[in-house]
Design a protein around this ligand. Structure first.
Ligand SMILES: Cc1cc2nc3c(=O)[nH]c(=O)nc-3n(C[C@H](O)[C@H](O)[C@H](O)COP(=O)(O)OP(=O)(O)OC[C@H]3O[C@@H](n4cnc5c(N)ncnc54)[C@H](O)[C@@H]3O)c2cc1C
Length: 467
């Protein structure tokens, strides 16, 4: 055993080091798109152990790649192929340390899976509102480091809006205890916001104080057709005016995307007549019988105005699950359909219609035979724009086009006043876009901060900030 590994084992014990077949899955991302090698894979059991491991890495000049559930979509948690770095897994630090119901907060360790946090909050009669498809595996540390979004963002914000305090092991091994449970604290720079969305480049999040909200007492869900993207955006405004904070979900789905779901996913069925543009709406109300009548009334008014051409309200939990299945099956249907490039952009809601209407024709002109699938958390302006290879193409034919296609879509988003990364982050996947589109002053500020906190550049090198 080399001296570094021996020193690691002295800190975390034999069960805190993974080797061989146990270590291998951590060197590749879950889609198999990013592969690397690691000098060691370590699983500390406490913040104190993380601090000692980080200090040891600094002493030996070993780069650290933090990894939570490894469900990220941009290769941020995968080590480089050089094999010189150490993966630090947070999964053994998975306790819910405290639920303070009166304060509406829950303190969880970084390795607690998001689903476990949501269950713990529900058991105390409250709700942790962040919900994503990967919540069974994604861990709180990873969710905060990636600043995950999801379908409730329109109402509750991203992960960063839901954390009041953090505990972080800094790149020099010191522990910053910022586990405050405060909604007001004007005592200087908001350091936790630096750490969230930093993708492990400024430190390792070891615990967090999360904000809980009252659980809604009634939920109503509708599947709608709208005649145009502009009508979809107008419907969003109308429902917001009618429902205020009770509008929980507003998801846009294109005809082409739903067509793929119906074709490839057995048991799916469209509850309305096919149209070019569909919306999944959900209201969540504080009263036991408030949501459904309010949604019915708001949708009837929208129908009268001509914004909605058809709508069906879920009359049972099974019907609701069926609506959501259509939305959630997009990813699976697209994988079954064939090679495609995933772009995760956001634009101001006022520019969403322009982007949605323009991106398909733009891609069709530039890349003949390609088709575009659009799925949007329209309530917050986030659009997943996935460009499919022409029918019958294999991955090998398509991969030379990937970068150019993503660049075209990202450029259009930026032209519309938007961003090339809405909720998935930068990781290793979008370094080119950072160099191309990020404001140079902003990029330089990011580099300055990174150098100040991590002068040796050991925290997740090769991620987030282009060289
Ligand atoms: C089916 C599916 C659905 C998804 N849906 C969504 C969605 O709706 N919205 C969305 O935003 N994302 C979504 N994702 C992406 C992913 O689940 C999220 O980005 C999630 O937040 C990552 O959590 P994780 O624990 O798996 O982090 P990882 O993938 O392990 O890591 C993500 C990044 O954070 C860093 N990191 C991990 N833990 C720490 C820590 N403790 N301290 C510092 N840095 C750390 C890693 O180095 C890496 O850069 C989805 C993924 C899948 C597979």
């Amino acid at each position: 055993m080399d001296p570094f590994e021996a020193a690691l084992e002295a800190i975390v014990g034999a069960q805190g080091l993974l080797r061989g077949a146990d270590a291998a899955p951590h060197c590749v991302d879950w889609r198999g798109l990013y592969r690397g090698h690691a000098r060691a894979v370590v699983r500390p059991a406490s913040t104190a152990e993380v601090a000692r491991v980080v200090a040891l890495c600094r002493e030996h000049g070993v780069p650290i790649v933090p990894q939570g559930g490894n469900t990220g979509l941009v290769g941020g948690a995968t080590p480089s192929p050089a094999g010189d770095s150490m993966i630090l897994l947070t999964g053994r630090m998975n306790r819910i340390r405290e639920i303070d119901a009166a304060n509406g907060t829950l303190t969880a360790e970084a390795g607690a899976p998001l689903a476990v946090v949501r269950e713990a909050a529900a058991e105390s009669g409250l709700m942790f509102p962040l919900s994503i498809g990967s919540e069974g595996s994604a861990q709180i540390g990873g969710v905060l480091a990636a600043n995950a979004g999801g379908s409730g963002t329109a109402r509750y914000g991203n992960a960063r809006d839901l954390a009041l305090g953090l505990e972080v092991v800094l790149p020099d091994g010191r522990v910053w205890n910022g586990l405050r449970k405060l909604r007001k604290d004007n005592s200087g720079y908001c350091l936790r916001h630096l750490m969230m969305g930093a993708e492990g480049t400024l430190g390792i999040i070891t615990a967090a104080v999360l904000r809980l909200v009252p659980a809604p007492r009634s939920v109503a869900t509708a599947f709608c057709s709208v005649s145009s993207t502009a009508a979809g955006v107008a419907l969003l405004s109308t429902l917001r005016t009618a429902m205020g904070g009770d509008l929980h979900t507003f998801e846009y789905m294109s005809r082409r995307g739903l067509g793929l779901v119906l074709r490839h996913i057995p048991g799916t069925r469209l509850p309305v007549a096919p149209a070019d543009h569909h919306i999944l709406v959900e209201f969540a109300a504080a009263t036991a019988d408030g949501a459904r009548p309010a949604l019915e009334e708001a949708l009837s008014a929208a129908y009268e105005e001509g914004l909605v051409t058809d709508a069906v309200l879920a009359d049972s939990e099974t019907a609701r699950a069926g609506f959501w299945r259509l939305r959630e099956a997009f990813a699976e249907a697209q994988v079954r359909h064939g090679p495609h490039v995933k772009c995760d952009i956001a634009v101001p809601i006022s520019a969403a219609s322009r982007f949605l209407d323009t991106v398909g024709p733009t891609c069709a002109r530039a890349f003949p035979g390609c088709s575009v699938v659009l799925l949007s958390h329209l309530g917050d302006g986030n659009i997943h724009c996935n460009v499919h290879a022409p029918e019958g193409w294999a991955e090998g034919d398509f991969s030379p086009l990937r970068e150019e296609i993503a660049g075209r879509v990202d450029a259009l988003a930026v032209e519309c006043g938007g961003t090339f990364s809405a909720e998935h982050g930068i990781g290793a996947a979008k370094l080119g876009e950072m160099a191309r589109f990020k404001d140079p002053v902003e990029l330089e500020l990011m580099r300055t901060l990174r150098r100040a906190l991590d002068p040796d550049g050991l925290m997740n090198p090769g991620k987030l900030i282009p060289a």
